[in-house]
Design a protein around this ligand. Structure first.
Ligand SMILES: [Zn+2]
Length: 319
């Protein structure tokens, strides 16, 4: 008897069509999910400057973007693993950048410094926190050379391993200039890594729209230091968004905690970080090379600002 091919009934044909439709829909959903996740702006890059495209960036100070920092606390072992010296820039007669909206840079610096120290102690009792100043009374003469000498001297008198100098920036003539700028010594790889951790943490709290880490326009406070030193210009007082951030109690707390966590975590994760041996300075004194004359050394003492005033950031960010 010849075999007869079984033909699909209308019902089973409909079921097959339905099955195919489901497969196509599932594939489409999978593609959509993967594609949009991989190429959405937030996932595209960790570089905050790339995220802040015109019209889409959130205004700093008003955002309630959740923090992605995992704040780690460390036990009190009774021992100190490192000393961090926090420097509130300027003070006393030296108010720093010109007053903006009735606000002095020196006062903002002090607020950030005290908050950062408080969070550092809370997060990590194993870190010894010292301050250059804890109020507006300065004990040194308000002249540039004494100011620089005092801050450098304190670095080795306190036995500090890390020096964090906090400042606020200003740029007269262009209120659109904004962001956080960090100055480090290019010969200190540890500070370079730490600066990146700080940038990542500040970025996680949506602190600024752009960040710069500058290692080729040295400020004397950084270049003459022989411990891990970083000078942070937290934002521009002359930019409305930055100023809103800098003067908001809530945002100050967020930034201070983010800074403290970056420093604390870096120290704990890098227990063998080498001490910084400054090839050019030892305890504030220029190490003379054979080829140098004494006039080279004196020329570097002339200013606490950076050596070149050629670029925008340099002229605007020098302490
Ligand atoms: Zn300053």
């Amino acid at each position: 008897m010849p075999r007869t091919r079984k033909r699909a009934t209308p019902i089973s044909r409909a079921l097959i069509y339905l099955y195919c439709l489901c497969l196509i829909a599932a594939a489409g959903l999978l593609y959509f999910t993967v594609f949009t996740k991989a190429y959405s702006p937030a996932a595209e890059t960790n570089d905050p400057t790339a995220i802040s495209t015109p019209g889409t960036s959130e205004t700093p100070g008003t955002t309630d973007m959740p923090s992605t920092i995992e704040y780690k606390t460390y036990p009190d072992t009774g021992e100190k693993v490192a000393t961090v010296l926090i420097d509130a820039g300027h003070g006393g007669m030296d108010s720093g950048k010109p007053m903006t909206n009735g606000i002095y840079e020196k006062d903002l610096n002090l607020q950030f410094a005290l908050k950062m120290g408080k969070y550092l102690e809370e997060l990590n009792p194993q870190i010894d926190v010292k301050y250059i100043r804890t109020d507006d009374d300065i004990t040194w003469d308000s002249v540039e050379s004494e100011d620089l000498n005092y801050r450098l001297n304190q670095q080795w008198e306190t036995g500090a391993d890390y020096f964090i100098s906090l400042h606020c920036n200003a740029y007269d003539g262009d209120s659109s200039v904004e962001g956080t700028v960090m100055f480090i010594n290019p010969t200190d790889t540890v500070t370079s890594e730490l600066a990146q951790s700080i940038r990542d943490n500040l970025s996680a709290i949506d602190w600024a729209d752009n960040y710069q880490i500058i290692d080729n326009q040295l400020l004397q406070l950084v270049s003459m230091s022989d411990i891990h030193s970083i000078l942070i210009e937290l934002g521009y007082m002359t930019n409305p968004d930055d100023l809103a951030n800098l003067t908001s109690e809530e945002r100050q707390d967020a930034a201070a905690k983010a800074l403290a966590a970056a420093v604390s975590d870096y120290i704990m994760e890098n227990p063998d970080a080498p001490e910084f041996v400054n090839p050019n300075y030892r305890h504030g004194e220029r190490i003379k090379k054979d080829s140098e004359t004494s006039s080279d050394a004196s020329s570097s003492q002339s200013s606490s600002e950076s050596s070149s005033a050629s670029s925008l950031q340099n002229s605007s960010a020098a302490q």
